[in-house]
Every structure is written in structure tokens, then in C-alpha cells.
Design a protein around this ligand. Sequence first.
Ligand code: AR6
Length: 260
Amino acid sequence: MSTTKLKTTESETKQCASKDGTTSPLLTTPEPATSKRITRNAHHDAVLSDKEKFLNMKKEEKRKLYKCGKKFKQLNDIPTWPDFYNEHKERMKKAAAKKKLDMRYNVNEDINQRVSIWKGDITTLEIDAIVNAANSSLLGGGGVDGAIHSAAGKKLVAECATLNGCDTGDAKITAGYKLPARYVIHTVGPIGEKEDLLSRAYSSVLSRVKENSLASVAIPCISTGIYGYPSEKAVHVALQTVRDFLENDEYNQNVSHYFS
Ligand code: AR6
């Protein structure tokens, strides 16, 4: 689409120049900045058109494009927190006793039904949104970022390139393209142990969830891989931030599922 628009402009330019026999510097040799702007706008239009195409695609059609084939997971395939706990109770009790872990939170049955812990490849989840642990360029990387870009296809990086990067602690949303998930929320966690920034990354993700009226989201353990945040410390920041949202934000009843 970007080339089509630019070609039209060039041919119009040639016609104008030959009709009156003169050459207008503005028309025949467009300012590089103008030319670049036209190309950029056309490119932006093409990215938006691809995005709409994928967001409006019927599920049956989109399923043919999944990298994971038929191995995608739906919400019904993911046990709720109480089901997971009952299945792994003995092992979890032993581990808690060994590490002398205390109960940090009161049981909230309503929240328990809407939260899951799940181990697996996030790129197989057919839900509203999955979260990417990205870097500030938003142009891809290793870890979960690499897996998400590889499964979504090249159109994801094309949309990411229009977003002007992302600050640490912020989050930006794109379509999911060939992923089973409809959207990807890209957040940038801190490098190393910085509690405030990690909490802000989760809060920003939840703000995007709310703004886009999403009901299910999967969040990997941000910053705990390549960025080196110790997992056991990071998990408390994640739990506290998500729990605050589920308990206090007026949007919380719209959310059917969070999992990590
Ligand atoms: N599905 C689910 N979780 C995954 C997957 C997957 N396919 N792959 C990794 N994880 P990381 P970070 C988990 O390193 O520490 C990239 O290069 C992983 O086990 O992906 O925030 C970016 O571009 C860990 O628990 O992200 C940045 O430069 C969690 O995802 C940098 O890495 C996050 O690990 C971000 O580093």
C-alpha cells in the first residue's frame, strides 16, 4: 500500500511538469522531508489496515495461521487457582514448610475463581491478550519477546515500529496477528531488582486491559529472565499489584481471568 500511494504522487508530478513545460521544484523534486512524510503516512496506513484485517478475522480463519497448529489452549483448558491448588496441594504444602513461607493474603473466593497459575508456552493461548516482556525498542528480542514475535509473524514488528518505543514501567498494546491471542500488551520491566518500576509495569498492563475492555490476560513473570529480577521477589510484586487491581478497581468485575 505504501508504494502504491507514492507511485501515484510521482506520476501526478510528471503530468504537471509536461503540461506547462516548466518544472516546479516543489512538484518535480519534492523536499526529502515531504517525500519521507508521504512514505511514512502510507506505511502507517498499511500497518493499520493489516491490524484491522487480523482483528476482524473470523476465528476459524485465524486458526489456520497459528504457529502452534491445533495445540492452542482456551480458557476452559486452564484450571482456576483452587483447582490447581487441590491438584498440587501436598507438594505445595511441603515446599511452603521447607521454605517457612507465611500466608500473606486473606483468601478471597471470588478472586480465586478468576486467577490461574499456568506453566506453558504463552504463545499458544487463545485469549483476549498475552503480555510481552519487551525491551524499550519494542522491536523484538530473546526470551518470551522472541517467542511472541516468532509466532505472531512480521506484521507485529511492523506495528511495534510505529509506537515510538516504550519506557520502562509503561505498556503499549498491539494486535496479536498470527497469535491465538487477539492482542499483545508489551511492557518493559526493570533490569535488576527495582520494585516500583516492576509494579508500575504490571499496573500499566492492567490499564491497557481496562482501556480496551479485555476480559482475559496472561502475564509472564516480567523481568525474571534476561533482566535478572529474582523470581521469588518478583512474584510478590506481581501478586500484590494484580490483587490490588482486582480488589479495588471498578473494572475488576469485567475481568473473567488473569493468569501468570
Ligand atoms: N511462554 C511463557 N513464558 C515464557 C516464555 C514462553 N514462551 N519464554 C520465556 N518465558 P524474559 P525479561 C518466561 O527473559 O527478563 C528480551 O530479550 C521466562 O521464563 O523473556 O523481562 C526482551 O527483548 C521468564 O519467567 O524477559 C528484553 O530485552 C519470563 O518469561 C528482555 O528479554 C520473562 O523472561 C526482557 O527480559
